[in-house]
Design a protein around this ligand. Structure first.
Ligand code: ZN
Length: 261
C-alpha cells in the first residue's frame, strides 16, 4: 500500500489533489478510498495502480465500466484480507481483455495477469444474464452474482502469492519464473490446503462421512472440476457469503489465512 501514500503525498505537494467534496474538473485527480467509488475508467485505473500496483490495460476501457469496477471491488475485498499476499502479489497483477475467448468469464495466468473475457464483459446486462443463469444451475456458489467473478480469480492469485513467496530465494529471474509456473501447474498448494481442510472436516460434524467430491460439489459444480477450481470457488464462496458459505469454503479460508500470514 506504500505506493498510494507516496503518490498521494507527491500529488498533495504538486497541488493536484483536491479536498473531498470539491467539484472535479477535467484532467484533475480525485481521491477515492475504494474501487467502487470510481466514476470512470481514468479514476479506476489511477486508483488500482496507486493502491495496489495493478495495471488496467487500455483495452479494459472497451468493457462495461460498472461491471469492471464492481468486480475490481470484489478483488480488492479478498486481497485486503490477505495483507501478506499484498506486497508479493500486487505488483504482478494486470487486468486484461481476451477478445477471442468464448467460454467462462475470466482467467488468471501464472504470470499474474487476469483476463476478463470481452464476450461477457462488453455489456453489463449480458454479463448479468449469463451469470444468473449459471449460478441458478449451480455452476457457481449460491449467493454470488456477476460482480463476483474476480473473487474467484483472487483465489487463484492467493495460490500465486504462496508460490511467489517460496521461489523468492531463486536468484535468476528466468529460473524463478520457471519454478513458479511449475508450482502453479502442480496444484501443490491447492492440494495441500484442500487435504488439510478435508481432514479437519472429517473430524467435524459438517463433514463427517462425506467424500471430498461431495464437499466440493456442495460449493458449486465448477468447484468439482479440479482442485485449482475447488480452491478458487471456496475463496469466492467464503469472501461473499461469510457465515453462510459452505463447510469446505469456511475451512479453506481459515487455512489460507494461516498459510498467508
Ligand atoms: Zn478458475
Amino acid at each position: 500500500m506504500g505506493g498510494r501514500g507516496a503518490r498521494s503525498r507527491l500529488l498533495a505537494e504538486s497541488g493536484l489533489v483536491l479536498r473531498s467534496n470539491s467539484s472535479i474538473g477535467p484532467g484533475e485527480i480525485r481521491e477515492i478510498e475504494t474501487a467502487s467509488e470510481a466514476k470512470n475508467f481514468d479514476e479506476l485505473r489511477q486508483y488500482m495502480w496507486d493502491t495496489h500496483g495493478i495495471t488496467l490495460e487500455d483495452e479494459v476501457s472497451d468493457l462495461d465500466f460498472a461491471a469492471v469496477r464492481d468486480n475490481l471491488q470484489g478483488l480488492e475485498d479478498v486481497l485486503k484480507e490477505f495483507p501478506a499476499a499484498e506486497n508479493i502479489l500486487y505488483s504482478m497483477v494486470s487486468v486484461g481483455v481476451d477478445k477471442d475467448e468464448t467460454n467462462g468469464y475470466a482467467d488468471t495466468s501464472p504470470h499474474g495477469r487476469i483476463a476478463l473475457y470481452y464476450r461477457r464483459f462488453k455489456v453489463g446486462s449480458v454479463l448479468q444474464g449469463y451469470y444468473s443463469r449459471d449460478a441458478a444451475n449451480g455452476m457457481y456458489p449460491a449467493g454470488t452474482t456477476y460482480t463476483d467473478v474476480l473473487r474467484h480469480e483472487a483465489g487463484h492469485l492467493l495460490i500465486l502469492a504462496l508460490a511467489t513467496r517460496d521461489v523468492q530465494g531463486i536468484r535468476s529471474v528466468q529460473d524463478r519464473v520457471a519454478a513458479l509456473v511449475d508450482l502453479w501447474d502442480s496444484r501443490e498448494y491447492e492440494n495441500k490446503i484442500l487435504n488439510k481442510a478435508f481432514n479437519n472436516l472429517q473430524k467435524a460434524k459438517a463433514g463427517r462421512g462425506k467424500a471430498f467430491a461431495d464437499l466440493a460439489s456442495d460449493v458449486s459444480t465448477y468447484a468439482a472440476k479440479n482442485t485449482a477450481e475447488t480452491f478458487a470457488e471456496c475463496i469466492s464462496d467464503y469472501s461473499k457469503n461469510r457465515v453462510h458459505a459452505k463447510a469446505l469454503s469456511k475451512e479453506v479460508w481459515k487455512i489460507a489465512k494461516k498459510e498467508l500470514t
